[in-house]
Unconditional design. Structure first.
Length: 230
């Protein structure tokens, strides 16, 4: 079992590194690994999630982990003092730097090519975490370990903003709620990943387990935005 999990994790890391050039298509076009047939579901949820992030009026130091292409940066960069962008993928970080450059905020950014579980090596402590589409790739045991890590590395009264994928009857037509999936790139190459989807009850259980208050800012057909507060 352990050997299989390691193999899937390696495949997952390679998949996202290779997918960097087409990663944003799920948000902008509703395609790629889309498991819901109507692309407007994705595009509409992107608008709502962006609004939810902007509503937080983020200030201070932000850890965007894993940052991917920094797709959500336009929703939080204006008032942030510093932005620490962390990802295991060199190709994703390249896209993130390009986005920061286009927003003219590179001088406020630092980029770290590390696994999210190694963010303790970054000698900084944020006031806000943006955890985008990462928890859904963790087993429940890994999720507990990750929360322990970030709770020990955040300012008092900090915020943890979680963006991720929702579970629904529509999603159930093509996906299992949790488990291994085959993902295909535009060039036809396939990779195995681990993925799970969240209900409102799942989020409330995380809040209870971690002794954090929670505001579920948006819960749509494809994505959700929730804020956990220390």
């Amino acid at each position: 079992m352990e050997e299989m999990n390691i193999r899937v994790k390696k495949s997952e890391c390679l998949y996202y590194d290779k997918r960097a050039d087409e990663y944003d298509e799920i948000y902008t076009l509703g395609r790629g690994p889309a498991s819901i047939t109507d692309p407007n579901t994705y595009r509409d949820d992107v608008i709502k999630v962006r609004e939810s992030i902007k509503k937080q009026n983020i200030r201070g130091m932000v850890f965007d982990v894993p940052c991917g292409t920094a797709f959500w940066m336009p929703s939080y960069y204006r008032n942030a003092d510093r932005m620490i962008l962390i990802d295991q993928s060199a190709n994703m970080l390249k896209k993130a730097k390009e986005r920061a450059g286009a927003l003219n905020c590179l001088q406020r950014c630092q980029f770290f090519k590390i696994d999210a579980f190694h963010l303790g090596s970054v000698k900084l402590k944020p006031s806000v975490y943006l955890i985008g589409f990462f928890l859904s790739h963790l087993t429940p045991e890994e999720e507990i370990k990750f929360f322990s890590l970030i709770k020990n590395k955040i300012d008092r009264k900090g915020k943890i903003i979680i963006l991720d994928s929702t579970w629904s009857e529509e999603r159930a037509k093509t996906r299992n709620r949790a488990g291994r999936q085959l993902r295909k790139l535009n060039n036809g190459k396939t990779f195995e990943i681990y993925k799970r989807y969240f209900t409102r009850e799942d989020l409330k259980n995380i809040s209870k387990r971690e002794s954090l208050s929670i505001n579920i800012e948006y819960f749509g057909g494809a994505f959700f935005a929730a804020v956990l507060i220390l």
